[in-house]
Design a protein around this ligand. Structure first.
Ligand SMILES: *Cc1c(COP(=O)(O)O)cnc(C)c1O
Length: 375
Protein backbone atom coordinates (compact mmCIF):
# COMPACT_ATOMS: atom_id res chain seq x y z
CA UNK A 1 0.00 0.00 0.00
CA UNK A 2 1.39 3.45 -0.94
CA UNK A 3 2.34 6.00 1.72
CA UNK A 4 -0.35 8.12 3.35
CA UNK A 5 0.75 11.37 1.68
CA UNK A 6 0.15 10.18 -1.87
CA UNK A 7 -3.04 8.27 -1.04
CA UNK A 8 -6.25 9.59 -2.57
CA UNK A 9 -8.82 9.56 0.22
CA UNK A 10 -12.42 8.49 -0.30
CA UNK A 11 -13.92 11.21 1.95
CA UNK A 12 -12.56 14.58 3.01
CA UNK A 13 -13.16 18.23 3.72
CA UNK A 14 -11.55 21.45 2.59
CA UNK A 15 -10.26 23.64 5.44
CA UNK A 16 -8.18 26.80 5.40
CA UNK A 17 -7.58 30.33 6.66
CA UNK A 18 -11.28 31.10 7.07
CA UNK A 19 -11.65 28.26 9.59
CA UNK A 20 -8.45 29.36 11.37
CA UNK A 21 -9.72 32.94 11.66
CA UNK A 22 -13.02 31.78 13.19
CA UNK A 23 -11.20 29.55 15.69
CA UNK A 24 -8.83 32.37 16.50
CA UNK A 25 -11.83 34.60 17.22
CA UNK A 26 -13.05 32.01 19.79
CA UNK A 27 -9.68 32.10 21.51
CA UNK A 28 -9.62 35.91 21.50
CA UNK A 29 -13.04 35.97 23.18
CA UNK A 30 -11.91 33.29 25.68
CA UNK A 31 -15.11 31.38 24.85
CA UNK A 32 -14.80 27.85 23.42
CA UNK A 33 -17.90 26.13 24.85
CA UNK A 34 -21.50 26.53 23.68
CA UNK A 35 -22.17 30.22 23.09
CA UNK A 36 -22.45 32.92 20.43
CA UNK A 37 -20.85 30.95 17.55
CA UNK A 38 -23.28 28.09 18.22
CA UNK A 39 -26.24 30.48 18.10
CA UNK A 40 -24.93 32.11 14.93
CA UNK A 41 -24.47 28.79 13.14
CA UNK A 42 -27.93 27.64 14.27
CA UNK A 43 -29.51 30.68 12.69
CA UNK A 44 -27.49 30.38 9.44
CA UNK A 45 -28.45 26.73 9.06
CA UNK A 46 -32.12 27.35 9.90
CA UNK A 47 -32.21 30.02 7.20
CA UNK A 48 -30.51 27.68 4.73
CA UNK A 49 -33.16 25.02 5.41
CA UNK A 50 -36.10 27.51 5.43
CA UNK A 51 -37.10 26.65 9.01
CA UNK A 52 -37.47 28.83 12.12
CA UNK A 53 -35.03 26.87 14.22
CA UNK A 54 -32.27 24.28 14.21
CA UNK A 55 -30.80 22.85 17.42
CA UNK A 56 -27.07 22.26 17.14
CA UNK A 57 -25.71 19.12 18.84
CA UNK A 58 -22.39 17.38 19.37
CA UNK A 59 -23.04 14.80 16.62
CA UNK A 60 -25.53 13.40 14.16
CA UNK A 61 -25.58 10.15 16.12
CA UNK A 62 -26.71 12.14 19.17
CA UNK A 63 -29.37 13.75 17.00
CA UNK A 64 -30.79 10.35 16.04
CA UNK A 65 -30.89 9.30 19.69
CA UNK A 66 -32.64 12.54 20.61
CA UNK A 67 -35.10 12.25 17.71
CA UNK A 68 -36.25 8.81 18.86
CA UNK A 69 -36.51 10.04 22.47
CA UNK A 70 -38.63 13.04 21.41
CA UNK A 71 -41.31 10.77 19.93
CA UNK A 72 -42.26 9.71 23.52
CA UNK A 73 -42.86 6.08 22.62
CA UNK A 74 -43.18 4.16 25.92
CA UNK A 75 -40.00 2.04 26.31
CA UNK A 76 -40.10 -1.69 26.93
CA UNK A 77 -43.50 -2.17 25.27
CA UNK A 78 -42.13 -3.92 22.20
CA UNK A 79 -42.52 -0.82 20.02
CA UNK A 80 -40.86 -1.17 16.62
CA UNK A 81 -39.21 1.44 14.44
CA UNK A 82 -38.59 0.59 10.80
CA UNK A 83 -35.12 1.51 9.56
CA UNK A 84 -33.19 0.60 6.40
CA UNK A 85 -30.48 -2.01 6.95
CA UNK A 86 -28.17 -0.13 4.58
CA UNK A 87 -27.31 2.76 6.90
CA UNK A 88 -25.01 3.90 9.69
CA UNK A 89 -24.93 1.97 12.98
CA UNK A 90 -26.23 4.97 14.98
CA UNK A 91 -29.67 4.72 13.30
CA UNK A 92 -30.43 1.28 14.72
CA UNK A 93 -28.56 1.87 17.97
CA UNK A 94 -30.63 5.01 18.67
CA UNK A 95 -33.74 2.80 18.56
CA UNK A 96 -32.22 0.18 20.89
CA UNK A 97 -30.95 2.83 23.32
CA UNK A 98 -34.50 4.21 23.67
CA UNK A 99 -35.77 0.73 24.61
CA UNK A 100 -37.40 -0.11 21.27
CA UNK A 101 -36.82 -2.67 18.54
CA UNK A 102 -35.24 -1.80 15.18
CA UNK A 103 -37.05 -3.58 12.34
CA UNK A 104 -34.88 -3.60 9.23
CA UNK A 105 -36.25 -2.99 5.76
CA UNK A 106 -34.59 -3.02 2.36
CA UNK A 107 -33.47 -0.22 0.06
CA UNK A 108 -34.14 0.35 -3.62
CA UNK A 109 -31.42 -1.25 -5.75
CA UNK A 110 -30.86 1.89 -7.82
CA UNK A 111 -31.35 4.81 -5.41
CA UNK A 112 -30.04 2.95 -2.31
CA UNK A 113 -32.80 4.79 -0.44
CA UNK A 114 -35.48 3.20 1.77
CA UNK A 115 -37.93 1.16 -0.31
CA UNK A 116 -41.56 2.04 0.56
CA UNK A 117 -42.69 -1.46 -0.59
CA UNK A 118 -40.31 -3.05 1.88
CA UNK A 119 -41.59 -0.68 4.59
CA UNK A 120 -45.16 -1.73 3.84
CA UNK A 121 -44.17 -5.36 4.34
CA UNK A 122 -42.48 -4.61 7.67
CA UNK A 123 -45.37 -2.71 9.30
CA UNK A 124 -47.07 -4.46 12.26
CA UNK A 125 -49.51 -3.21 14.95
CA UNK A 126 -46.39 -2.42 17.05
CA UNK A 127 -44.78 -0.12 14.46
CA UNK A 128 -44.34 3.30 16.08
CA UNK A 129 -42.21 5.22 13.55
CA UNK A 130 -40.18 5.05 10.34
CA UNK A 131 -36.61 6.25 9.93
CA UNK A 132 -35.43 7.18 6.42
CA UNK A 133 -31.95 8.05 5.12
CA UNK A 134 -31.25 10.29 2.12
CA UNK A 135 -28.37 8.18 0.82
CA UNK A 136 -25.50 10.26 -0.57
CA UNK A 137 -27.94 13.18 -0.50
CA UNK A 138 -30.40 11.81 -3.07
CA UNK A 139 -33.86 12.70 -1.68
CA UNK A 140 -35.69 9.65 -0.26
CA UNK A 141 -39.43 9.23 -0.85
CA UNK A 142 -40.53 10.84 2.42
CA UNK A 143 -43.97 11.97 1.13
CA UNK A 144 -44.78 8.32 0.31
CA UNK A 145 -43.57 7.20 3.74
CA UNK A 146 -45.84 9.76 5.41
CA UNK A 147 -48.84 8.04 3.79
CA UNK A 148 -48.36 5.19 6.29
CA UNK A 149 -49.60 7.64 8.96
CA UNK A 150 -46.60 7.12 11.27
CA UNK A 151 -44.01 9.65 12.49
CA UNK A 152 -41.06 9.87 10.09
CA UNK A 153 -37.52 10.64 11.27
CA UNK A 154 -35.23 11.73 8.44
CA UNK A 155 -31.53 10.99 8.69
CA UNK A 156 -30.29 13.85 6.53
CA UNK A 157 -26.61 13.35 7.47
CA UNK A 158 -25.69 13.29 3.76
CA UNK A 159 -28.27 15.84 2.67
CA UNK A 160 -27.47 19.35 3.93
CA UNK A 161 -27.94 20.74 0.42
CA UNK A 162 -30.68 18.39 -0.83
CA UNK A 163 -34.17 19.45 -1.82
CA UNK A 164 -37.31 17.59 -2.77
CA UNK A 165 -39.87 19.63 -4.71
CA UNK A 166 -38.22 22.78 -3.41
CA UNK A 167 -38.22 21.77 0.26
CA UNK A 168 -35.05 20.94 2.17
CA UNK A 169 -34.46 17.30 3.02
CA UNK A 170 -34.67 16.93 6.78
CA UNK A 171 -37.76 19.16 6.85
CA UNK A 172 -40.07 16.82 4.91
CA UNK A 173 -40.97 14.47 7.80
CA UNK A 174 -41.49 15.04 11.54
CA UNK A 175 -37.91 15.28 12.80
CA UNK A 176 -34.76 15.73 10.70
CA UNK A 177 -31.19 15.04 11.76
CA UNK A 178 -27.98 16.36 10.18
CA UNK A 179 -24.35 15.41 10.73
CA UNK A 180 -21.45 17.84 10.59
CA UNK A 181 -18.70 15.35 11.43
CA UNK A 182 -15.26 15.70 9.88
CA UNK A 183 -16.13 14.09 6.52
CA UNK A 184 -19.61 15.44 5.89
CA UNK A 185 -20.43 18.19 3.35
CA UNK A 186 -20.34 20.80 6.12
CA UNK A 187 -17.62 19.66 8.53
CA UNK A 188 -17.30 20.95 12.08
CA UNK A 189 -15.01 18.24 13.41
CA UNK A 190 -17.85 16.81 15.46
CA UNK A 191 -21.36 18.17 15.29
CA UNK A 192 -24.97 17.54 14.37
CA UNK A 193 -28.26 19.34 14.05
CA UNK A 194 -31.92 18.64 14.70
CA UNK A 195 -34.98 20.24 13.11
CA UNK A 196 -38.60 19.40 13.90
CA UNK A 197 -42.06 20.24 12.68
CA UNK A 198 -43.43 20.41 16.26
CA UNK A 199 -42.10 23.50 18.14
CA UNK A 200 -42.43 21.58 21.42
CA UNK A 201 -39.85 19.07 20.13
CA UNK A 202 -37.42 21.92 19.48
CA UNK A 203 -37.98 23.43 22.92
CA UNK A 204 -37.37 20.07 24.58
CA UNK A 205 -34.30 19.40 22.42
CA UNK A 206 -32.66 22.56 23.85
CA UNK A 207 -33.14 21.26 27.42
CA UNK A 208 -32.26 17.68 26.56
CA UNK A 209 -28.91 18.52 25.01
CA UNK A 210 -27.79 19.94 28.35
CA UNK A 211 -28.47 16.75 30.36
CA UNK A 212 -32.20 17.52 30.49
CA UNK A 213 -31.65 20.69 32.52
CA UNK A 214 -33.99 23.66 32.01
CA UNK A 215 -32.97 27.29 32.55
CA UNK A 216 -29.30 27.25 33.42
CA UNK A 217 -27.97 29.80 35.88
CA UNK A 218 -26.23 32.23 33.55
CA UNK A 219 -29.19 32.69 31.21
CA UNK A 220 -31.73 33.14 34.01
CA UNK A 221 -29.66 35.33 36.35
CA UNK A 222 -31.30 38.45 34.93
CA UNK A 223 -34.69 37.16 36.07
CA UNK A 224 -33.55 37.31 39.70
CA UNK A 225 -34.38 34.76 42.41
CA UNK A 226 -32.09 31.77 42.99
CA UNK A 227 -30.81 31.48 39.43
CA UNK A 228 -28.32 28.76 40.41
CA UNK A 229 -31.07 26.23 41.10
CA UNK A 230 -32.08 24.28 38.02
CA UNK A 231 -34.99 22.11 37.05
CA UNK A 232 -34.27 18.67 35.55
CA UNK A 233 -36.88 17.41 33.09
CA UNK A 234 -35.28 14.19 31.78
CA UNK A 235 -32.34 11.91 32.53
CA UNK A 236 -30.43 12.37 29.30
CA UNK A 237 -26.81 12.28 28.02
CA UNK A 238 -24.97 15.54 27.39
CA UNK A 239 -25.15 16.48 23.71
CA UNK A 240 -24.04 20.12 23.66
CA UNK A 241 -21.98 21.44 20.76
CA UNK A 242 -19.00 23.74 21.29
CA UNK A 243 -18.24 27.18 19.88
CA UNK A 244 -14.83 25.86 18.82
CA UNK A 245 -16.54 23.38 16.47
CA UNK A 246 -19.28 25.86 15.52
CA UNK A 247 -16.52 28.29 14.50
CA UNK A 248 -15.28 25.75 11.93
CA UNK A 249 -18.91 25.19 10.92
CA UNK A 250 -19.46 28.92 10.28
CA UNK A 251 -16.48 29.11 7.93
CA UNK A 252 -17.60 25.87 6.26
CA UNK A 253 -21.08 27.30 5.84
CA UNK A 254 -19.64 30.28 3.95
CA UNK A 255 -17.88 27.90 1.55
CA UNK A 256 -20.82 25.55 1.19
CA UNK A 257 -21.86 26.89 -2.23
CA UNK A 258 -18.37 26.54 -3.70
CA UNK A 259 -17.69 23.13 -2.18
CA UNK A 260 -21.07 21.87 -3.41
CA UNK A 261 -20.23 23.13 -6.90
CA UNK A 262 -16.95 21.24 -6.72
CA UNK A 263 -18.72 18.06 -5.59
CA UNK A 264 -21.29 18.41 -8.40
CA UNK A 265 -18.50 18.89 -10.95
CA UNK A 266 -16.60 15.79 -9.80
CA UNK A 267 -19.84 13.79 -9.78
CA UNK A 268 -20.60 14.85 -13.37
CA UNK A 269 -17.08 13.89 -14.51
CA UNK A 270 -17.48 10.43 -12.95
CA UNK A 271 -20.88 10.01 -14.62
CA UNK A 272 -19.45 11.00 -18.01
CA UNK A 273 -16.49 8.66 -17.74
CA UNK A 274 -18.09 5.63 -16.09
CA UNK A 275 -21.67 5.48 -17.39
CA UNK A 276 -20.43 3.68 -20.53
CA UNK A 277 -18.83 0.78 -18.66
CA UNK A 278 -21.19 -2.20 -18.90
CA UNK A 279 -19.72 -4.01 -15.88
CA UNK A 280 -20.44 -1.09 -13.58
CA UNK A 281 -23.69 0.60 -12.49
CA UNK A 282 -23.31 4.30 -11.70
CA UNK A 283 -25.55 6.09 -9.15
CA UNK A 284 -28.78 7.74 -10.39
CA UNK A 285 -29.33 11.46 -10.90
CA UNK A 286 -32.02 13.21 -8.82
CA UNK A 287 -35.55 13.61 -10.21
CA UNK A 288 -36.20 16.79 -12.16
CA UNK A 289 -36.68 19.66 -9.73
CA UNK A 290 -34.90 17.84 -6.89
CA UNK A 291 -31.41 18.62 -5.62
CA UNK A 292 -28.64 16.19 -4.63
CA UNK A 293 -25.84 16.83 -2.10
CA UNK A 294 -23.23 14.56 -3.76
CA UNK A 295 -21.88 13.35 -0.41
CA UNK A 296 -20.49 10.14 -1.87
CA UNK A 297 -20.25 8.34 -5.23
CA UNK A 298 -21.34 4.72 -4.85
CA UNK A 299 -20.99 2.34 -7.82
CA UNK A 300 -22.11 -1.28 -8.14
CA UNK A 301 -19.78 -3.80 -9.76
CA UNK A 302 -21.88 -6.19 -11.83
CA UNK A 303 -19.38 -8.91 -12.69
CA UNK A 304 -18.58 -10.15 -9.17
CA UNK A 305 -15.17 -8.45 -9.08
CA UNK A 306 -15.88 -5.71 -6.53
CA UNK A 307 -13.19 -6.85 -4.09
CA UNK A 308 -10.69 -7.12 -6.94
CA UNK A 309 -11.50 -3.57 -8.06
CA UNK A 310 -11.04 -2.23 -4.51
CA UNK A 311 -7.64 -3.95 -4.29
CA UNK A 312 -6.62 -2.79 -7.77
CA UNK A 313 -7.37 0.81 -6.76
CA UNK A 314 -5.64 0.51 -3.38
CA UNK A 315 -2.48 -0.78 -5.07
CA UNK A 316 -2.55 2.42 -7.12
CA UNK A 317 -2.90 4.66 -4.08
CA UNK A 318 -6.67 5.10 -4.25
CA UNK A 319 -8.60 4.36 -1.09
CA UNK A 320 -12.21 3.25 -1.48
CA UNK A 321 -14.70 1.82 1.00
CA UNK A 322 -18.26 0.65 1.36
CA UNK A 323 -20.74 2.72 3.29
CA UNK A 324 -22.69 0.90 4.63
CA UNK A 325 -22.42 -2.69 5.81
CA UNK A 326 -25.99 -4.03 6.18
CA UNK A 327 -27.01 -3.74 9.84
CA UNK A 328 -29.38 -6.74 9.80
CA UNK A 329 -26.30 -8.96 9.32
CA UNK A 330 -24.81 -7.74 12.62
CA UNK A 331 -25.56 -10.17 15.48
CA UNK A 332 -25.98 -7.20 17.85
CA UNK A 333 -29.47 -6.47 16.55
CA UNK A 334 -30.66 -10.09 16.59
CA UNK A 335 -32.44 -9.75 13.27
CA UNK A 336 -33.33 -12.77 11.13
CA UNK A 337 -34.84 -10.97 8.12
CA UNK A 338 -33.54 -11.49 4.60
CA UNK A 339 -33.05 -8.30 2.64
CA UNK A 340 -31.81 -9.23 -0.83
CA UNK A 341 -30.88 -5.75 -2.07
CA UNK A 342 -28.89 -4.79 1.05
CA UNK A 343 -27.18 -8.20 1.05
CA UNK A 344 -26.27 -7.84 -2.60
CA UNK A 345 -24.90 -4.35 -2.06
CA UNK A 346 -22.56 -5.79 0.59
CA UNK A 347 -20.99 -7.84 -2.23
CA UNK A 348 -21.16 -5.41 -5.16
CA UNK A 349 -21.12 -1.77 -4.00
CA UNK A 350 -18.08 0.48 -3.60
CA UNK A 351 -17.73 4.17 -2.74
CA UNK A 352 -15.19 5.99 -4.91
CA UNK A 353 -13.36 9.15 -3.76
CA UNK A 354 -15.53 12.28 -3.82
CA UNK A 355 -14.78 15.36 -1.74
CA UNK A 356 -13.90 19.02 -2.27
CA UNK A 357 -10.14 18.54 -1.79
CA UNK A 358 -9.95 16.12 -4.72
CA UNK A 359 -8.04 17.70 -7.63
CA UNK A 360 -8.70 17.19 -11.35
CA UNK A 361 -5.50 15.13 -11.47
CA UNK A 362 -6.72 12.96 -8.60
CA UNK A 363 -9.98 12.37 -10.43
CA UNK A 364 -8.15 11.49 -13.66
CA UNK A 365 -6.07 8.99 -11.68
CA UNK A 366 -9.19 7.35 -10.20
CA UNK A 367 -11.06 7.21 -13.52
CA UNK A 368 -7.94 5.97 -15.31
CA UNK A 369 -7.46 3.19 -12.77
CA UNK A 370 -11.12 2.11 -12.94
CA UNK A 371 -11.04 1.99 -16.75
CA UNK A 372 -7.71 0.18 -16.76
CA UNK A 373 -9.25 -2.47 -14.47
CA UNK A 374 -11.99 -3.01 -17.04
CA UNK A 375 -9.52 -3.50 -19.87
C1 LIG B 1 -22.35 10.34 9.51
C2 LIG B 1 -23.69 9.72 9.63
C3 LIG B 1 -24.41 9.71 10.83
C4 LIG B 1 -23.82 10.09 12.16
O1 LIG B 1 -23.32 11.32 12.28
P1 LIG B 1 -22.12 11.63 13.31
O2 LIG B 1 -22.13 13.11 13.31
O3 LIG B 1 -20.87 11.05 12.74
O4 LIG B 1 -22.48 11.04 14.62
C5 LIG B 1 -25.70 9.23 10.82
N1 LIG B 1 -26.25 8.73 9.70
C6 LIG B 1 -25.60 8.69 8.54
C7 LIG B 1 -26.28 8.14 7.35
C8 LIG B 1 -24.28 9.15 8.48
O5 LIG B 1 -23.60 9.06 7.32
Amino acid sequence: MPTDESLIHVFGSLLGDEELAEISDCIDRQWIGMGPKTAQLESRLAQHLDVDELVLLNSGSSGLQMAVHLLDIPPGTGAEIIVPSFTWVACASAILLAGHRPVFCDVDKTTLNIDPESVAGAITPRTAAIMAVHYAGLPAEVPRLKEFGLPVIEDAAHAIDSRHEGRACGTLGDIGVFSFDSIKNLAMGEGGGLVARNPEHLRRARDLRLCGVTSTGFASAREGGRWWEHRITDAFPKMTPSDLCAAVGLAQFRRLRSSQQRRAKLWALYQQALAELDWLAVPPEPDAGDRHSYFTYCVQVRDGRRDALANHLLERGIYTTLRFHPLHLSPLYGSSVELPVSERLAETALNLPLHPRLTDDDLDRVIGAVCEFAG
